[in-house]
Design a protein around this ligand. Structure first.
Ligand code: SF4
Length: 447
């Protein structure tokens, strides 16, 4: 981060955060993620989620966010004690007084007034969050390679039919779903949400709907109907959609979007053609492109964003995907089709770090060439280019040993076992999808 920015964040910390305490963080009060699917919550996304007591929430729906567990963490923060679940931030701060952790970035987004209010009120008082991410339902028509049964019913059905994937050195990923998972029908956590909503909607500033696939959830449409009845609501609404649902849902979204003043749509993809369809089982690449196009032309959107998750199977057409985005932006403007590049880390054998150096070097070379050709383009904003630059640097880094991953030779074995088993279950053949050099390498890995 540039020195100037760093200084302004340090000044903010001194002015707003430190007077409350040395461990205060606004996110613990004003931000929440709630998984109504299994009754769990977290504030923010770094700490692990914890369970919401059903009894508590049936008496008081605000306990969906204001759990006893979270209130104790808030008390610790008011007293200057560091909650252990926020270890991510403490590790950064312990590197020195000038290091800024997420605690600052996740507090600065709220107004000084709101922060003063929560700092002064009693630790066990309920709070209405300002920013919320919510999963109503895990119904999903896709089974993307790195997802799992807790987030996709298609994945869940596969595991129910064939059993858990075994011998992958990763104990918790492709296994039966959490037994606490509930369908949206008769889910008491969903009922509690709707009881809380009239009060919540008065102060909530942003809601982000995730899933499963939100467009397949009845609750998403119920929420959008609220905005149809309350067209003056200024609430920011964000939806994460795979854009692989039937056209009728896409058209309905375009219609409902007309009642929203601030709708942000997020979709995900990182490769093209049959490679993309292999990575995201259930996807039809042509349909996805048509749906993206349709929404860009017909929906009332503040932003349309594409989240890329770069993984070991996407590297063969990531650059072609970037070219597709460029062409899309050239027709709709640079603010439509904004990319963010995420580097897949879990499960680690699906990360690009598993690939042999030669394939990684080829990928890096293609990326560098693409970057040089596009760094002056008006079609990409700074942070998009910056995320490509970071990916290029990451490839250089990963050719060194990675301390927090299983050793590479083991990851290669798990990767091959996973691909073979997935092909058997889904009746596919990686040799027909990916380039020859990939097949040759994978064939050479002995398991
Ligand atoms: S202190 Fe850090 S980890 Fe904890 S809630 Fe705040 S930003 Fe998240």
């Amino acid at each position: 981060m540039p020195k100037k920015d760093n200084e302004s964040y340090l000044n903010y910390k001194k002015r707003v955060i430190d007077p409350v305490s040395s461990s205060f963080c606004g996110a613990k009060w004003l931000n929440t993620t709630i998984w109504l699917t299994n009754g769990a919550t977290a504030s923010c996304h770094h700490p692990p989620s914890h369970l919401i007591e059903l009894e508590e929430v049936q008496k008081n729906p605000a306990a969906l966010h204001n759990t006893t567990f979270k209130k104790i963490k808030r008390l610790q923060m008011l007293k200057g004690i560091r909650p252990t679940e926020c270890e991510y931030c403490w590790r950064i701060e312990d590197m020195g007084p000038d290091f800024i952790s997420d605690r600052v970035f996740k507090t600065i987004i709220y107004s000084d007034e709101d922060l003063k209010k929560i700092a002064e009120q009693s630790w066990n008082q309920d709070v209405i969050p300002k920013t919320m991410e919510i999963a109503f339902d895990r119904a999903c028509n896709f089974a993307c390679v790195y997802c799992n049964p807790n987030f996709s019913t298609t994945w869940d059905n596969e595991i129910k039919k064939f059993g858990a994937y075994e011998n992958l050195g990763n104990k918790n990923h492709y296994i039966p779903s959490d037994p606490r998972m509930r369908d949206a029908e008769n889910n008491p956590y969903v009922e509690a949400f709707w009881k809380w909503w009239p009060k919540l909607s008065q102060e909530l500033e942003e809601i982000r709907i995730t899933g499963g696939e939100p467009l397949l959830s009845r609750e998403t449409w119920r929420l959008l109907e609220h905005f149809e009845k309350n067209p003056n609501s200024g609430m920011r609404v964000a939806i994460n959609s795979n854009l692989g649902v039937k056209k009728a849902y896409i058209k309905k979204l375009a219609e409902q979007s007309q009642y929203l003043r601030d709708l942000h749509l997020y979709t995900s993809l990182e490769a093209v053609g049959k490679e993309a369809e292999y990575i995201r089982d259930g996807l039809n690449f042509e349909d996805w492109k048509n749906n993206l196009e349709y929404l860009a032309e017909n929906a009332r959107l503040t932003s349309l964003n594409v989240m890329m998750t770069v993984n070991a199977l996407s590297v063969f057409s990531t650059v072609e995907f970037l070219d597709f985005i460029k062409e899309f932006k050239s027709r709709h403007g640079r603010g439509t089709g904004v990319i963010s590049v995420n580097i897949l880390r879990i499960p680690d054998f699906l990360s690009i770090t598993t690939l042999p150096d030669k394939i990684l070097a080829e990928f890096q070379e293609k990326l560098v060439k693409w970057y040089r050709a596009n760094e002056k383009s008006d079609l990409f904003v700074d942070f998009e280019l910056e995320s490509i630059r970071r990916l290029i640097d990451y490839i250089t880094e990963v050719t060194k040993p990675m301390s927090d991953y299983q050793p590479r030779h083991e990851r290669m074995i798990y990767f091959k076992r996973f691909i073979l088993e997935m092909d058997r279950r889904r009746q596919r053949d990686y040799r027909r999808v990916f380039p020859q050099n990939f097949s040759d390498w994978l064939d050479s890995v002995s398991i």
